[in-house]
Design a protein around this ligand. Structure first.
Ligand code: ANZ
Ligand code: ZN
Length: 872
């Protein structure tokens, strides 16, 4: 037979799949459903190799579940809004819409060339008005349900370009275009009230048992539940601005109250503002620290700074104990109460702070086994376990006991009409700010009227579409600059009004696309609840770990919000989650440090290890570390090149073969070539089996001889292992079993002479099983083989082969042999062997005779298939 020609075969099968619409899933299909989804791509212009891996993983599962008889939903679309389209408009003077749809067309062609079993009939882009119209409707529903609100938020303000910047547009604290130092400005923003669901989003993680533990942990940490105590500290009136009398703090460590050395408040705290009103130096300090921004990462790394306001707070357990109140740069207004008491001995930030301002520290928790007298803290705070010291009535208690004692005492103490202490649960999770001052996003469908305030756009006027004639010559939001777009009449009073020019965070677009896929044809509503409720949740979601927090959390919230507004009846959108590893590659550098592409380099393996030279000039190239493929390191490979050279099946096989799907896979040309050789080998193997299978009788033989049975055992054994392997997403293991079976099969086929009829029949059966086993991974080659096997129809539509369980039974079993309960060896007997036979075999063992040492055998106890115990 000739070589298998992927370049000819692949497009041919792709066309046929398309024409016969075999991957189109019908909503009225009565079979059980299975929903496989890979995170949809951003249409940047080109598919990268990470996409190939992501979609191949999902495709193997989709094809397998289809063969298992499920109604598989495996859709694809485009996460199409976002900043890059606007940057293209600025740099290349091409409209964001044109740029986006061109990219989609190009990438769709690329995706098709991978041979994915996708249902393209459901395709949409999130920038289609027919998609975002429903998103606008849901925004209004959420507004009505109190799940969307306006809130004052800080934004990055570029004082030169006079515009708000996205976080990605702030580079080292400066505007990306102007280079000006970015300021924080407070403006009204739209937020989604995700914090209403903080506890629920946390608790429900326990039920997501088909999610990776690490992803659930990341979500738990992000939600950040902490139990603590609110404490109202009285303020020393003589030192305090008029109108202020107390300072409320939140602490998770009330046990450490006797180690307090200072109080600290956020620069945005009302008390700080009040104190600054009379203190210009403090006002200047506050202005200064506000410049660095409020991002957690900045705060964690910035040097601790404070300013003594002169105000003194009174210790809740000692009216004579006064604590200085500082404004400090490490206290956030957005968390707890925006105020803390500092206990330097047991908190590193507080310790750094007191060491800078010479406020000292007193340890109040002493590690077990340490002498309290010699326990001193200098540069490192102690946050471990221990017993209370230097803490009056708490001394000797454990931390937990002390926390409880402090809470009890302060809860029962009244000041004014309220208790001094109150137990409280706090969450780190903030409401989701969705306003973006950008053009290329989903318009927020409200109108601002000077008389009526915020007025929702009436349903009949949806969608609010983006104007096609926006211009990008000025910095800032093109919607805002547009001469006419924002000027409208108020739907309520008919007076002059303005459209909201903010658009939604693109994370909103991706928070419900999985639900839209269930019925993208519904023009009147985001979902058809009966359909969505049947097709959801997504049974297996697959994507990068970089989306483990925000995208998944927002989707979990949005699903609940859709439930609250009647669009869906479930809470959790993704029953199974899988995070794939990255595709990584060595880096290559010239002597001057510039990176060169792998395609420009020749790597040789010699006596001194691997050596690389530049193909063009032969100059030495330094082989650098293995890193994530990136344009800047030039260590990328282009999927188009790979598919052009080797075919999609080879690319797919390689992606699956080298490492478990959740680990990184190192791109290697040699291994890709290995995959390419394997494709040819399978093709020959199948053709050889066709030749030898010709002698097979049409009917299944009544019985099989030893050779035929051995082959059938190998085939059904592989079938069994590959089946469970795919179910567990252990694809690399499946591939190893397929290779092993191919080896066994090929040995049998190479035996001289014509096979007996029963073996010929087994060969034909094994050929079919082999093709089906690799069909989810290499679907084009499989179709070609299936046709050669004379099968009618497509392998992509064939039912997964039935495993004959009888053939999985091993011929022999190995039992542990004990003498008087002590292991002395083992014995292998036929599975069918009866007890007397086993007993005889065991007593004949030298090790048993030795252990018995001439003593008579009193009893032999046989635990079937496991243990034989000889009692002497
Ligand atoms: C006193 C104390 C002593 C604290 C000690 C810690 C250790 P989590 O667990 O993340 O909830 N804190 C409270 N509000 C804050 C804010 N707005 N900005 C910065 N820090 C704040 O952290 C709670 C702890 O973080 C609180 O407990 C408080 O410091 C600090 F040995 O109170 B602790
Ligand atoms: Zn009005």
């Amino acid at each position: 037979s000739e070589r298998y020609n992927a370049r000819d075969a692949e497009p041919r099968w792709q066309r046929l799949w398309d024409e016969q619409a075999i991957f189109v899933s019908k909503n009225d299909d009565s079979r059980p459903k299975y929903y496989v989804l890979e995170m949809f791509p951003y249409p940047s212009g080109r598919i990268h190799i990470g996409h190939v891996r992501n979609y191949t993983l999902g495709d193997v599962l989709a094809r397998f579940m289809r063969a298992k008889g499920f109604n598989v939903l495996h859709p694809m679309g485009w996460d199409a809004f976002g900043l890059p389209a606007e940057n293209a408009a600025i740099e290349r003077k091409v409209a964001p819409k044109a740029w986006t749809y061109d990219n989609i067309a190009a990438m769709k062609k690329q995706l098709r060339s991978i041979g994915l079993s996708l249902d393209w009939s459901r395709e949409f882009a999130t920038c289609d008005p027919s998609y975002y119209k429903h998103q606008q409707k849901m925004f209004l529903d959420m507004l009505g349900a109190g799940l969307a609100e306006r809130e004052k938020r800080k934004l990055n303000w570029d004082p030169v370009d006079m515009t708000v910047l996205a976080n990605e547009q702030v580079i080292d604290g400066r505007g990306w275009r102007s280079g000006a130092v970015v300021e924080q400005r407070e403006m009204s923003q739209w937020v989604f009230k995700i914090t209403k669901y903080s506890q629920e989003l946390l608790s429900a993680l326990d039920g997501l048992d088909r999610w990776p533990d690490k992803v659930r942990l990341m979500q738990r940490n992000w939600i950040g539940r902490s139990e603590g105590l609110l404490v109202r500290f009285a303020l020393d009136q003589a030192t305090t601005p008029a109108g202020e009398s107390e300072l409320k703090i939140f602490t998770t460590r009330p046990d450490t109250l006797f180690g307090a050395k200072f109080m600290a408040i956020s620069a945005d705290h009302p008390l700080a503002q009040a104190a600054a009103a009379k203190n210009p130096e403090l006002a200047e300090f506050i202005a200064d620290i506000k410049k660095i921004g409020t991002a957690q990462s900045i705060i964690d790394t910035a040097e601790k700074q404070g300013f003594d306001t002169g105000i003194r707070a009174v210790h809740p357990f000692d009216p004579n104990w006064k604590l200085p109140v500082y404004v400090a740069n490490f206290v956030l207004m957005e968390y707890g109460t925006g105020a803390i008491f500092g206990c330097p001995a047991h908190d590193q930030r507080d310790l750094d702070f007191v060491n800078k301002y010479n406020l000292g520290n007193t340890p109040v928790v002493c590690p077990e086994g340490q002498d309290p007298k010699s326990f001193v803290i200098t540069d490192t705070a102690y946050d471990g376990d221990g017993r209370m010291i230097n803490s009056r009535f708490l001394d000797g208690m454990t931390i937990e006991q002390a926390k409880d004692e402090v809470a009890k005492r302060l809860e029962s103490e009244q000041r004014g009409n309220a208790p001094v202490g109150e137990r409280q649960v706090n969450f780190r999770l903030r409401d989701w700010g969705i306003s973006r001052q950008r053009y290329w996003g989903c318009p927020i469908p409200v109108i601002h009227c000077p008389k009526c305030d915020v007025v929702p756009v009436p349903d009949a006027d949806l969608p609010v579409t983006l104007p096609d004639d926006a211009t990008f010559d000025k910095p800032g939001n093109a919607l805002d600059h547009h001469p006419t777009w924002k000027h409208v009449t108020c739907p309520k009073c008919g007076g002059k009004a303005q459209r909201e020019t903010d658009t939604m965070d693109t994370f909103v677009d991706s928070s419900w696309y999985f639900a839209r896929f269930t019925d993208p044809w519904n023009d009147n509503a985001p979902t058809t609840p009966a359909v969505a409720n049947r097709m959801l949740p997504v049974d297996q979601y697959i994507g990068g770990v970089e989306h483990a927090i925000l995208h998944l959390l927002y989707s979990r919230f949005f699903t609940r919000a859709m439930k609250a507004t009647g669009h869906i009846a479930l809470d959790e959108p993704f029953a199974g989650m899988f995070t794939q590893g990255m595709v990584v590659h060595e880096t290559y550098q010239k002597a001057d440090g510039t990176y060169v592409q792998p395609a420009e380099v020749k790597v040789e393996v010699g006596g001194n290890g691997r050596r690389a030279t530049l193909l063009t000039s032969g100059e030495d190239i330094q082989i650098g570390p293995i890193e994530k493929m990136s344009k800047s390191k030039k260590n990328t490979v282009d999927p188009d090149d790979i598919i052009e050279t080797y075919g999609a099946d080879v690319a797919r096989w390689f992606m699956l073969s080298d490492s478990p799907p959740d680990r990184d896979v190192i791109w290697s040309d040699e291994r890709v070539q290995g995959a390419s050789r394997f494709v040819q080998r399978l093709w020959r193997l199948v053709n050889d089996s066709i030749e030898l299978g010709k002698a097979a009788p049409a009917a299944r033989p009544a019985s099989f001889g030893p050779d035929a049975t051995a082959l059938r055992k190998a085939a059904h054994g592989a079938l069994d292992k590959v089946t469970t392997g795919i179910e567990r997403l252990h694809f690399n293991v499946c591939l190893a079993h397929i290779r092993e079976f191919a080896n066994t099969f090929s040995e049998i086929l190479q035996r001289p002479g014509q096979p007996a009829p029963d073996l010929a029949w087994a060969i034909r059966e094994a050929g079919q099983i082999l093709v089906q086993l690799f069909s989810p991974m290499m679907p084009h080659l499989a179709e070609e083989c299936w046709q050669a096997l004379g099968q009618s129809g497509l392998v992509s539509e064939a039912h997964w082969p039935q495993i004959e369980r009888d053939l999985l039974v091993e011929d022999s079993v190995t039992l542990v042999v004990q003498v008087n309960g002590k292991k002395r060896g083992d014995v292998t007997v036929a599975t069918a062997a009866q007890n007397p036979e086993i007993e005889a075999a065991v007593l004949a063992l030298d090790a048993v005779k030795l252990a018995l040492d001439g003593k008579p055998v009193r009893k032999v106890i046989i635990v079937p298939k496991r243990i034989v115990n000889v009692v002497g």
